[in-house]
Structures are given as C-alpha cells and as structure tokens.
Design a protein around this ligand. Structure first.
Ligand SMILES: [Zn+2]
Length: 397
C-alpha cells in the first residue's frame, strides 16, 4: 500500500513537472572549463533520467550476484538445520556412531570451527576432561562449568563447586540453573549473607513460588540472627517462631500463639507450655485447651492435650485423646510412651504398661518434618534436607 502511494506521488510530481515545462520551456546555459553549452531544461531533465536509468541497469548484475549468494547461504543454513535435527534424533535414539558421523559432517560444513563434536561427547559420554575442554572455550564454557559443578558436588568438594557456581553467576545472572545452583551451594557452605542476596535474584526471575521464597528467606534470616524478622516473613515456619520467642522473651507468648495459629507443631506446644511452667498443671491444661481450639482437627491437638492431661493427672482426658489419635493416625513411639505412662500411673497396671513398652521396639521414632523434595522424614528441623540437600524443603507433618 505504502509502495503504491509512493509510486502515485512520483507520477503526480512528474506529471506536474511535465505540464509546467510544456508551459515554460526555459533554456539552460552550462559553463565548464571554458566550454559553453546551451540547451533546454527538458533536455537536461531527460539526460538526468537517462543517467539514473544507466546506473540502475549497471547495478543489476551486482544485485543478481548478491541474490544468488543469499540464496546459496539460505540453502546452506537449511542443510545445517536439517543436520542438527538428524543429530538430535540420533541422540534421542542413543545412536552414538551416527551422532559422531553427523557431527563430523556438520563440523566440515562449519569449516571445522565449531565445538559440536565436543558438545556431543559431553551429552553422550560425559567426563571431567570433556567438561574442562568445554569450559576452556568461551562459547561452551557454561556447559563445561555445569558439568564440573556437578562433578565437584559428586566428590563432596562443595567449596570448589561454589567457586565455579559463583563465577558462572557473575557472568550469567539470568540463567535459572545458575542462580538456583549458586543459592543451594551458598547454603551448603553456610554463606548465609551471600545466599540472601542470591535469593533476591531468584525472586526477581520468579523461579519459585512466593511461599517457598519466604520460607527460604526466613531460614536465612534465622541463620543471620534476625529471628523476629524471620518469624514475620514466614510465621508458618516453627523454627522461626521458636528462635524469635527465645530471643524476645517479652513477645514469646504472642509469637507462639500466632505460630500455632499458622501451623500447629509439637515443638511450638512445648515452648508455649514451658512459658507457664510456674503455674499449676491444671491451669496449664486449660491454656492448652484454649490453644488447640484454634484448629478443630489437627494431629498435634491430640498429642498436646494428651501430654497436658497426663501432667495434670487428668487420666480420662488423656486416654480419650490418645485413643482418638491411635484410631485416626498410625501408632507412634511417642504415643506408645504416653500410653505406657498412663497405664502405670492411672491403674498401676505394669503388665499393660509393659505391653506398650514392647510395642515401642517396633515403632519408628517420632517424625515432625518431611522433605517436600525427596520425602525424607525427620524429627529435627534443619535448613537443608539431610538426604537431598533441598533448601528449606522440610515441612511440618
Ligand atoms: Zn530431601
């Protein structure tokens, strides 16, 4: 459309000019090195048009050569693309011999200047030596570093892995695996402050959901001594509440109540009841009743009530809570211990009590947390999963 409009304007201008020249057939005098030529304006314009036409015609072979070259290059690109598709297909089929054959051919097409054969080796038969060679070439250094970081981690050399990850992070700040790997290695090397800075990049790139980001931030804040800030960031993280309550005794009660409201947890209950250890056990039981009323159905409610009832010698209430727990959840070592204590204290029934003690031998220890990444279960909270190294991946059961 724009081209047509332009053409129309040109024709219009030429038409107006021709009409004007027909009405005003003026003369032009040209003087050059003493020569004088007299001619009409129309002749000068015709001469100029001829010169433009000649230039246009003379440029045609050049344009043709360029067009041929462009077509040839496009053809070459197409054949490279086809070859890459064939290589990827051979990789997917696991045909190493075909891969290497195709890689050699592709290398020739690129005048032997590409690292394709080396990259293919890294994909099919990776080794530290291949990774080192990839790392030496700026065009493939990141692939090399990735392999070497994994190698260092496999060998347990977390410092070397972190050094390399940070080198990669410095240069390739927007690549997800680089950022996440740097964060994980900083955590594993106890570099809490650096990890806090890297975590902000993780958030900027939206690599994790907001809840995980906040849990991770709170974990790092605990480790840098900012427990109250950690609790405000992730009130559902029991460890943050426990540390904040410990560091700020005057706020401890409100912190622990709010923490329970967010996430009932056995350790929160223990810390809460410890605040009132000077009160009589019946008053403590009343407090626990109030605390658990915040969550109608929760596994820990029964445990907390049973424990407080046992302390207050409210045997009936303790038995009711423990029996409800056993009927609803699986029997744990903690519950069996409480049952043994109950039988001994309430009925002085040593035989019945021994039955529960005997059962304890076959039960797993108490589990408070599980790893959302690998499923590992543990009674102790830690910033990273002891099995898969997942950062802030332990959640309350
Ligand atoms: Zn794990």
């Amino acid at each position: 459309m724009a081209q047509f409009l332009r053409f129309f304007i040109y024709v219009l201008i030429l038409g107006v000019l021709a009409l004007w020249l027909m009405d005003n057939p003026g003369m032009v005098t040209l003087t050059w090195f003493g020569y004088e030529v007299k001619t009409s304006v129309a002749f000068v314009i015709a001469l100029l048009i001829c010169i433009f036409l000649a230039i246009y015609i003379l440029r045609m072979p050049v344009k043709f050569i360029r067009w041929v070259k462009k077509s040839f290059d496009a053809q070459k690109e197409k054949s490279k693309e086809n070859m890459l598709v064939q290589i990827l297909n051979a990789i997917a089929c696991g045909d190493e011999a075909l891969c290497q054959k195709l890689a050699g051919r592709l290398d020739k097409t690129f005048d032997g200047k590409t690292p394709t054969p080396l990259l293919l080796k890294a994909l099919l038969n990776p080794s530290p030596e291949i990774y080192r060679r990839l790392a030496a070439d700026p065009s493939t250094e990141l692939a090399g570093w990735r392999g070497l970081i994994a190698e260092h981690q496999k060998q347990g050399d977390l410092i070397a892995a972190l050094d390399l990850a940070q080198k990669a992070f410095h240069k390739y700040k927007n690549i997800p695996w680089v950022v996440l790997s740097t964060l994980e290695l900083q955590v594993l090397n106890d570099q809490w402050q650096d990890a806090l800075e890297t975590l902000e990049v993780v958030r900027k790139l939206k690599l994790e959901n907001e809840r995980l980001y906040k849990t991770q931030k709170a974990t790092l804040l605990i480790k840098t001594g900012k427990s109250l800030e950690a609790f405000k960031t992730a009130p559902w993280l029991p460890e943050a509440a426990l540390k904040a309550a410990q560091d700020h005794p005057k706020k401890a009660e409100s912190i622990l109540v709010k923490a329970w409201e967010n996430q009932p947890d056995w350790n929160i209950y223990k810390a809460y009841i410890h605040l009132f250890s000077k009160e009589n056990t019946l008053a403590q039981y009343k407090r626990v009743e109030k605390l658990v009323s915040m969550h109608k159905t929760n596994r820990v409610n029964h445990l907390a009530l049973a424990d407080a009832a046992l302390q207050a010698k409210l045997w009936g209430q303790a038995r009711k809570e423990l029996e409800t727990y056993i009927a609803s959840y699986s029997l744990t070592m903690q519950v069996a211990t409480m049952m043994a204590f109950l039988e001994q204290e309430e009925n002085h029934d040593l035989k019945e009590s021994q039955k529960w003690v005997d059962q304890m031998k076959n039960l797993e220890p108490t589990v408070n947390y599980f790893c959302t990444r690998c499923g590992h279960e543990t009674d102790l909270w830690s910033p990273t999963c002891p099995v898969c190294n997942g950062f802030a991946s332990l959640e309350c059961l």
